[in-house]
Ligand binder design. Sequence first.
Ligand code: PNW
Length: 492
Amino acid sequence: VADFDPAIKGALPSDFQWGYATAATQIEGSWDVDGKGVSIWDKFSQEADIRVDDKSTCKDTCRSYDLFKEDVARMKAYGVTGYRFSFSWTRIIPLGGKDDPINEAGIEFYNKLIDELLANGITPFGTIFHWDTPQTLEDRYGGFLNKEQMVPDFLRYARVCFERFGDRIKNWITVNEPGVFSLAGYAGGAHAPCRSSINEKCKEGDTSREPWLVGHTLLVAHGYACDLYKREFQPTQKGSIMITLSGNWSEPWDAADPKDIEAAERSNQFEIAWFADPLYGKNPEVDYPACMREQLGDRLPHFTEEEKKLIRGSSEYYGMNSYTSFYKRHRDTPAPPEDLKGNVDILDNNKQGQSRGPETDTVWLRSTPWGWGKLLRWIWKRYEMPIYITENGTTAKGEHGWKPQSADDVLEDPFRVEFYKGYLTEVATASQEGVIIKSFFAWSFMDNWEWSNGFTNRFGVTWVDFASAEKKRYAKRSAYFMKDFFNHMIRK
Ligand code: PNW
């Protein structure tokens, strides 16, 4: 506690929300219990042998479907003010569609979770869609590739969430990271539903088109959900609604080369402005960024007049997930049709040979607090929207091998502590400069099932013994650090 920087003492407003984020597929387990239907990640898990690093599935994960009370108690002990979790679509509507039945047992689970949070003074932030499309909708009509059919099904699911939970959930997030869902599921192919024309493990897909179509459907589905909430629920429930966007920072490989400066800016637009410009842009004409339209042409969908009106202004805050930064170098060759990032080379070192940051257990993630600070200011300048940081965090190199010696053993995780110290100091200084930042949700409350990386990537401030039947939890040092650091930074 003693060595916290006095310059950032009280830097964050007294109503600042801080806590941890999770997602249903990654922590709940009980994938076929109490009437739950099959999601695209449950289906993905059937092929874990070829698709997941450690061949693990999302069948049990952290078992928080059973252990949620223990988890809420632990969060309270960690000192959080809020918790961001996601609803499982197939727990609530097993078959997913607008005319399919509601599963009351699924509703009951989330009622108990929300009530437990509120009874412990923790503000719930509810994500409606964190990537777990009902498999039935995938089979019926191609899921998010089919805008006409998906939007009404999504809207009915959102309606059920507002109707059943909106009396207590006052902070709604429609969609988690439309960008990563589209790119990893429909271009890279490493995520469900594994569609790609550039990944040999995938049988079907058209990487030149599908990620842009899916992104568009998500944006439109989000727009209709906000419209519904604002018309029918907000007047009485008095909550707010937003979308969460992903976006890592792009820095020029050669800071003296105007072409690299342009390439890095173009890359930021492909990654972030892709969704943020239609939602929050200052250009009165609602469209994707000009550089995307230029490179992708009509492969990038066009907004109808109704969609333009729905989407601009739909999200009431800027929900921001970000983890790392990359160096970007321009290319002199034309962009191939499968290019996703603005025709750039993506590099770990800049022209001077300087590394973007120390490695972690996650291939794409390095600790880069320098880029995180630039990103916060870039978003603020471009959109002038108050920011809810809805995810940020890290794995640490080699942490997988740790074994607790006793029930109260604490993992000393200096890397994660340094990571958060660096990133949160940027949050504090940006806030002091006038960037409006309203929350920080660290990813994640506990180690969990990191999608195609399985249990090999540990993002938690709680270490989970996945080998034990009861998925025993152990605090890491970072959990205590976060409590003390926020106590220092949040004004009394
Ligand atoms: C996010 N990238 O995914 C998700 O919202 C979480 O479910 C996930 O566990 C967490 O971040 C950690 O990965 C991302 O390649 C996946 O930049 C990939 C990237 C970013 C975010």
